[in-house]
Each structure stands twice: as C-alpha cells, then as structure tokens.
Design a protein around this ligand. Structure first.
Ligand SMILES: Cc1cc2nc3c(=O)[nH]c(=O)nc-3n(C[C@H](O)[C@H](O)[C@H](O)COP(=O)(O)OP(=O)(O)OC[C@H]3O[C@@H](n4cnc5c(N)ncnc54)[C@H](O)[C@@H]3O)c2cc1C
Ligand SMILES: NC(=O)c1ccc[n+]([C@@H]2O[C@H](COP(=O)([O-])OP(=O)(O)OC[C@H]3O[C@@H](n4cnc5c(N)ncnc54)[C@H](O)[C@@H]3O)[C@@H](O)[C@H]2O)c1
Length: 608
C-alpha cells in the first residue's frame, strides 16, 4: 500500500511510526534481522523502510529484505530507499522493476553519493544528478508513475555539502515535491525546537506533504558521534554535556538515548507532528522502550488509544504479548547483559515478554566490531558510503603513491600523527594504541600495512579513560591483536612460525580479495579478544574475531583499495599500483591469547 494512502486512512490520533533497517553484512545477520523485523512488526508500525547501499552496493540484499517485509511479514507499507548517482546504467530501472514485481509501492528517492565527475571514469547513468531527477523520472515513466508513492529526504540541520542558506535548501526541497514527491523523511536531529522552527518554515514555503522526522535513539557513544558527524547533525551542547561524562558506560548511554528520543518525540507530537521515522540501527530494544515510554505500545497504549481514538469503535489493537504488566515493565526496565545467541532457543520462544528476551542478545556487545551474527554487525555508517571523502581530500591526505614504499610512507605518517587518516582509519589512532605505536611502526616499515590493532589489557577498571567500557564497577580485558595487509609469502611464513613457534598462543585469519583463506582455527573457531566482567552480570564479550566477521570485513577492506583507485585515472601509475596491491596482497589478523604478557604478540612479530 502507498504510504500516503495509509496515512490518510488512519483513524487513530496516536501518531504513527515507521522503522528503518539496513541490509546486514553477513548471512547470519540477515537471517536474524528477518526474525527481528517480524517481532518488531508486532509493535504495529505504519511501515518499514530499507536502506540502499551507495551506488547499489547492497542492491540484492536491499531488494530481498524489502520483499520479505512486504510479502512474508505482511508489512504492506514497505519503503525501499533508492539512490541514483554513481549507479551503473540500467540499475535504476532494474531496481524499480524488481520492487514493482515484489509489490513494494513506496520509494524513498535519494541522490546518494555526490555525483562523480569524469575523473572517475566509471560508466554511470548520466540521467541522474540529483534526487529531483529520480523523482521526475519515476513519476514521468508510465510503468512506474502511478504505481509508486515517492518520498524524498529533508534536512532540518542543513545538508552537509550545501553552502546554500536554509531558505535556499527549503526551496530545493520544494522543487523535489514539485517534481512529484509525496512525503518527506528527515535526517536525524537532536534539537526539537530547531526542528519545529524548520518545519514551520517548510509549511510556510507551501510544502504540504507529510514530513516525517527521523529519530535515532542513541545506541552507543561511538556510533552516535560517528553518525551525527557523517549526517551533519547538530548536537546541542546540553546533550554533549549529558553524554560525555557517561560515555564509557554503555548502559547509561543507551538509557540516555531512550530518554532523549522520548523527549523529542513527545515535544514534536505535542506540536502536531503526526508521524515519526525511527532509525533502528537494526537493534530493537531501544525503539521498543521509546514506544513503551510514550505509551504507544503496551497496556497503556490501549487505554491511551481508547481515549483519543477518532472512532471508539476502531481502537488500535495490540497483540497480547505486547500488553505488559507492571512486573514485566519493572523487569524490562533493567537491561540484561546476557547474550542470548540465536539458536539458543530463546529467539523462537513466543508469547509474553518475547520482545524483551529475544531481542536483547546483541544490544551488548556493541564494541569494536561486535558479533557477526548480529543484524547490527559492522555498522559504520548508515548506507555504506565507503571512504566518505572527496577526491580533493583524498589527494591532499593520501597523495599520489606510485610505489609500495609510498604506501608504507603513508601508513607511517598516519601512525606518527602526520597524516590525518588512511582509507582504513578515518580517525587518528586511539590513545590505547600509543603504547604499541613503536611496534606498529616497525611492522609498517617492513611493508605490513596495519589497519587495526589493540594492546593486551589485563583487568583494567571499566571506568578507565583509555580502555574502559560497559557498566561502572567492572573490569575489562583485551588480547593483543593486529590486522595488516602483506604478501602471500608473508602469510605462509607467519603461518609456519605460528605453527612451529607459537606454542598454541596465536591464532590467525588471512584472506585475499578472491576469498582464498587460511586460518589455524577450526571451522567454528571464534576468538573473544575483548571482554568485561561487571557486578551482577554475566561476562560480556564486546569484540569477537571469527571467520564470518573476518570475511565480511576483509571484503570491505579490499574494497577500499578499489575506491581509493577510483580517484585516479585508469592508466595512471597510482591507479595501477592500488589495483595490483588489491589483487595480490592478503589481509591477515593475528591475535595472541596470553593477555597477561603485554609484549607477547609484538615480540613474536619482531622475532626473525
Ligand atoms: C531519511 C534519509 C534516508 C537516506 N537513505 C539513504 C540510503 O538508503 N542510501 C544512501 O546512499 N544514502 C541515503 N541517504 C543519504 C543521501 O543519499 C545523502 O544525504 C545525499 O548526499 C543527498 O541525497 P538527497 O536525496 O537529499 O539529494 P538532493 O536532494 O539531490 O540534494 C543533494 C545536495 O544538493 C543540493 N542541491 C541539489 N539541487 C539543488 C538546487 N537546485 N538548489 C539548491 N541546492 C541543491 C542539496 O541542498 C543537497 O546539498 C539518506 C538520507 C536521509 C535524510
Ligand atoms: N573480524 C574482524 O577481523 C574485523 C571485523 C570488522 C572490523 N575489524 C577491524 O576493526 C577496525 C574497525 O573497528 P573500529 O571502527 O572499532 O576501529 P577503531 O577506530 O576503534 O580502531 C580499532 C583500533 O585500531 C587502532 N588503529 C586504527 N588505525 C590503525 C592502524 N592503521 N594501524 C594499527 N592500529 C590502528 C585504533 O587506534 C584502535 O585502537 C578495522 O580497522 C578492522 O581492523 C575487524
């Protein structure tokens, strides 16, 4: 069903809400997301939306997920995001056709990555340079025009790239509506007053289609800081003052995130905003809590709904498992660090409290890269926008390498703080890396280009400024690991040394672009390399290195060589170098399990 029809046909005055999901990185994550969406559909969202990886990078998974929502979970209002720039010729039509064949009637029409100029030399569809082009195209193509309800994005805090003032940006939004857009979903924001001011300007400008504000309950300090930066969202000082002192306590951060989302939604709904778009980050607990606290789901919702329904004959009904009692509410008020992994049986248990127990297994860990089975695994940005830098920035920061020594030199400059980033590390080294920096310098000097690492840590306070995470009063542990690109000969040499001299302390994964793979772990082998022990909780592992997560990450890691190369002409020495490295090198991850010996990994790697 078209979203606009669904909005028009509503009888309840309770605001509506939609949930946004992205296609997970791993098959297990995908499978778990499907169950998650099924559970969340019981919260009675008006619809769900599925993001589209930049340039079509997730096209098959986005379509599959949208189709499952529409056809298996009977979420008749499924919105598929679709970007148009940097898409290969024909992909827009293919995607629209596939959506139509699967009964998906709503498209969020987006521009996507900034259009690439000729300098990129890849064949992309020249018809599309902005979202307005896509809206016009859908609406003017007989095959699609009437079938799809088309929405566009709005930016209450302004668009990151735009230098235009607010009025000009609102005129641009109006141009998208004039082109045929029927609803607007907004970018995330955390200043409700500022949103209301922007919204009233939007209405004054004559934009009358539904405007659905994007709300993201904060899930972790790191993802909040990263995503607000990427989206150009202004974070009010008051919120920074609240979150900064608790940033090491994941539980308190999640609780704050729920409170902030509830406050924003409450304020907006008191000011006649009729619907909300929740960015779930593929997690379910926070959104569920927000809706409970607003009393839009649960036993209160029925009372609330009865009170404000337009027609008392048609109150919104809720499935019995969502009707929570006072004791359930008390139990769910405190989160459990318990990891209920899929397959343990808990995922399938139906009935009262189902959402609470089945949905929490991956709330924590939310550490460095989490659990590959989690639908939320590997979320670095919301739509896979890749390197996230402009060509000018890439040239400025990473130069024009033509030899492998130039590459080593970039990595060394990064480690010394002289280069702000590498394609694999968009932020400067974290303070935890300082004690191991000389070792990293040594590895990079010999052409083992490191992309990630951590030092060994033995029972440091969970409140420690550098290493701490999780609730207060706990202790955290880390095994040393390092991940780097090297030659196949290096992988074979290290494999032999690990086997002959590692005394069982070292495990590794290595793979190349073509999925050739080596490890000394068994098929099911898994390494928890970061864990914490907290009062009254089970042990929590926040970083696990295992086959699936490594293989998902290595695809991304090799993809960055390709994306870096695209900044340079095909015949250039730089492009050729980057592509040959991508095609020939391996990515290797080595962990040392003796976390009590902080030098063990580094001594091993230095020994000849
Ligand atoms: C709710 C939401 C969902 C999203 N989902 C995805 C997703 O699934 N996948 C993905 O890759 N990205 C997604 N994005 C990100 C989006 O692709 C980027 O923000 C992109 O940079 C801009 O897309 P747009 O559709 O808003 O572009 P446009 O509306 O085309 O605007 C792009 C830029 O050009 C400026 N501009 C263009 N024409 C004019 C004009 N005539 N006058 C003035 N300014 C102009 C705009 O102000 C803006 O700065 C999403 C964003 C939002 C808010
Ligand atoms: N299963 C896996 O093997 C897997 C899966 C996903 C991600 N990853 C790794 O996780 C990293 C991304 O995780 P994150 O977003 O939490 O990263 P992060 O920013 O937290 O960095 C992780 C750690 O690596 C250090 N680091 C950063 N750049 C480095 C470099 N060039 N050399 C050595 N150390 C460096 C940082 O200081 C930090 O201590 C990737 O770089 C990758 O190494 C691994």
């Amino acid at each position: 069903m078209k979203l606009t029809d669904k909005i028009l046909n509503r009888t309840s005055l309770t605001p509506f809400y939609t949930f946004e999901f992205f296609p997970p990185r791993t098959e297990q994550g995908f499978h778990n997301l499907v169950s998650r969406i099924e559970r969340l559909s019981k919260l009675d969202p008006l619809g769900v939306s599925i993001t589209w990886g930049a340039g079509g990078s997730t096209k098959d998974w986005s379509l599959k997920l949208a189709s499952i929502c529409r056809n298996e979970h009977s979420i008749d209002t499924t919105i598929m995001h679709l970007t148009c720039t940097n898409m290969q010729v024909g992909l827009v039509d293919d995607a629209l056709r596939a959506a139509k064949e699967n009964g998906i009637r709503n498209i969020l029409a987006l521009r996507g990555d900034p259009p690439r100029g000729e300098e990129y030399w890849i064949p992309t569809d020249p018809r599309f340079t902005s979202a307005a082009d896509l809206v016009k195209y859908i609406k003017s193509t007989p095959e699609f025009g009437d079938y799809f309800c088309v929405g566009v994005a709005g930016y209450p805090d302004g668009h990151t790239e735009s230098t235009a003032d607010e009025d000009a940006q609102i005129s641009h939004l109006k141009a998208k509506v004039n082109a045929g857009a029927e609803f607007i979903i907004t970018q995330l924001f955390y200043d409700a007053d500022s949103f209301l001011r922007w919204h009233s300007k939007v209405r004054t400008a004559g934009i009358n289609v539904p405007v659905i504000p994007g709300v993201m309950p904060i899930q972790s300090y790191a993802s909040f800081m990263r995503l607000t930066k990427l989206c150009g969202t202004r974070v009010p000082q008051q919120l920074l003052d609240q979150i900064n002192p608790i940033r090491h306590d994941d539980q308190l951060v999640k609780d704050l995130g729920i409170r902030v989302a509830v406050d924003i939604v409450r304020k907006l709904s008191q000011n006649n905003i009729q619907g909300f778009h929740f960015c779930t980050l593929n997690l379910e607990k926070s959104v569920q809590k927000v809706l409970e606290q607003l009393r839009w789901v649960g036993v209160h919702a029925e009372q609330h709904n009865m009170l404000i329904s337009v027609s008392p004959d048609h109150p919104r009904s809720f499935p019995p498992e969502l009707v929570i009692t006072a004791s359930d509410a008390a139990a769910s008020a405190s989160y459990s660090l318990r990891e209920i992994h899929p397959g343990s049986g808990a995922m399938n248990s139906a009935g009262k409290g189902e959402l609470t127990s089945a949905g929490t297994w991956d709330e924590f860990p939310n550490g460095r890269f989490g659990d590959s089975k989690s639908p939320a695994f590997g979320v670095n940005d919301l739509w896979d926008s890749g390197l996230g830098v402009t060509r000018q920035q890439a040239l400025k920061d990473w130069g024009l390498p033509t030899t492998t020594d130039d590459i080593s030199s970039l990595f060394l400059r990064y480690l010394k703080g002289e280069a702000p980033s590498t394609p694999w590390s968009d932020e400067p080294l974290q303070s935890e890396s300082l004690p191991i920096t000389p070792h990293l310098v040594h590895l990079n000097s010999k052409g083992w280009w490191t992309v990630g690492s951590q030092p060994a840590v033995d029972a440091v306070s969970s409140e420690d400024e550098t290493y701490g995470w999780g609730p207060k009063g706990g202790y955290v542990f880390q095994k040393a690991f390092v991940e780097f690109f090297c030659t196949k000969a290096d992988v074979i040499m290290l494999q032999e040394r690990i086997q002959n001299r590692g005394q069982g302390w070292l495990t590794f994964f290595a793979a190349n672009m073509m999925d050739d793979y080596m490890t000394n772990l068994t098929e099911e082998g898994s390494n928890a390399v970061t864990w914490g022990v907290f009062p009254g909780k089970e042990i929590s592992s926040s970083t696990i290195i295992e086959r699936d997560s490594f293989m998902a990450w290595k695809d991304e890691a090799f993809g960055y060589w390709t994306q870096w190369g695209l900044f340079h002409p095909p015949d250039s020495a730089t492009r050729k170098l980057l592509e040959s490295i991508r095609d020939e090198r391996w990515l290797m991850s080595i962990a040392h399990h003796d976390y009590k010996d902080s030098n063990a990994l580094w001594d091993f790697l230095r020994s000849e």
